[in-house]
Design a binder for this molecule. Structure first.
Ligand code: UDP
Length: 254
């Protein structure tokens, strides 16, 4: 790991130069942060699980022709991805009121929204990722109206697809965050899904009991944090074969 050139280190992932031009290796850490970095911790095995879960979702999304940066999983903690120009927006899709929208509008957590809501936040930790409108996005040159349209279309398709997939394993997709990038091919580019899709950036509640299996277990000190992530993988049928104990295993195991 140390001999490769590191391109970027984020809160939960590290990016390394990939084997070919235009590729990167995305390494999943066990580090967890919340509340804009004010709360920090380690969730043992989280990186292994998120690598698997995100791979699973990206592959399923490819089956319905959603373009993503994902190429293939390399090992327990790494996947090969295409290098994209990240659009500096966090796109949040909500089906049920929870977290910041519940606080902002004084809505009880768990209230079903009459339709799915898509929100944009400007990706800047120093500013605390402020909520922005299409006016801000286009005026400040972060994306064009055409790109916003494409992002909205893709986000709603992804929401419908993942909501259905998750409900079939007894999980409600309450809300989640996506990031998109521009994938350049010659002189042209297309908008593709980037980053990861995992319990780190989704709210997933049991459809019957309302039990939470996502990062809120860490944010809100609900306990059994690792178990929450494992439960999502278990329901999706993708827990590493030798079971949870394997999650501490070496980084290069296939
Ligand atoms: N989210 C995320 N990264 C962020 C902020 C939010 O992945 O920096 C996800 C979060 O996990 C949840 C959804 O986006 O699934 C909506 O989060 P919300 O705005 O309610 O913020 P929070 O309550 O998590 O601060």
């Amino acid at each position: 790991m140390s001999r490769r050139r590191q391109v970027y280190e984020g809160k939960a992932k590290i990016l390394f130069e990939g084997p070919e031009p235009g590729t990167l290796i995305q390494y999943f850490k066990d580090d967890a942060t919340a509340f804009n970095n004010q709360k920090k911790g380690v969730i043992t095995g989280k990186g292994v699980l998120n690598n698997r879960i995100s791979e699973y979702f990206m592959l399923r999304l490819h089956e319905i022709n959603i373009p993503t940066h994902f190429m293939r999983r390399l090992n327990m903690r790494e996947q090969l991805i295409r290098e994209v120009e990240i659009i500096p927006l966090e796109v949040v899709i909500r089906n049920v009121a929870a977290g910041s929208i519940a606080t902002r509008f004084g809505i009880e957590e768990g209230t079903q929204l009459t339709r799915s809501i898509v929100e944009f936040y400007y990706k800047d930790d120093k500013l605390g990722d402020p909520l922005v409108t299409e006016e801000h996005i286009t005026a400040f040159g972060w994306a064009t109206y055409q790109e916003i349209d494409e992002i909205l279309n893709l986000s709603l398709r992804i929401n419908d697809f993942l909501s259905g997939l998750l409900v079939s394993v007894g999980l409600k997709l309450v809300d989640f965050k996506l990031e998109f990038g521009r994938l350049w091919e010659d002189e042209e580019f297309r908008i593709v899904l980037a980053d990861e899709t995992s319990p780190d950036n989704c709210r997933l509640w049991d459809t019957k009991t309302g039990e939470r299996y996502d990062k809120d277990r860490f944010r809100r000190d609900l306990g059994k944090v690792e178990e929450g992530y494992q439960e999502v993988a278990r329901r999706l049928g993708i827990l590493p074969e030798s079971g949870p104990r394997d999650l501490r295993g070496t980084d290069t195991l296939q």
